[in-house]
Ligand binder design. Structure first.
Ligand code: FES
Length: 106
């Protein structure tokens, strides 16, 4: 991972297949998700409790399920779409530059 002037290189385009998520160890940690060739970035921790979505979540379409208590979130908006989570995930802007997935943390 390396920092650019405007964002953070989270991973390479080929590091994730469609339907996969990955945890990126920045502070705070984020999760990058790939759906149909598009990349999305959210906070890594589920808003219900402390559980990594990038490492333990199950991505299906645009929704990721937290495997601890089965809350689901839309990775495009961060919206909590299924209880027990009621608070949205923070989302981050993502840009693909060449082979790099850049995430803007501010
Ligand atoms: S920690 Fe994610 S649903 Fe409870």
């Amino acid at each position: 991972m390396s920092e650019t002037t405007a964002g953070v290189r989270a991973c390479g385009v080929d590091d994730l297949a469609d339907g996969e998520s990955i945890k990126i160890d920045v502070d705070p940690a984020i999760a990058v998700h790939r759906v149909a060739g598009q990349f999305f970035a959210t906070q890594d921790l589920c808003t219900h409790s402390q559980w990594s979505l990038g490492e333990e979540g199950e991505l299906e379409g645009f929704e990721i399920t937290c495997t601890l208590h089965m809350a689901t979130f839309d990775v495009r908006s961060g919206e909590a779409v299924c209880l027990p989570a009621t608070v949205a995930l923070r989302v981050y802007r993502v840009e693909v530059v060449g082979d790099d997935v850049i995430v803007y943390l501010d």
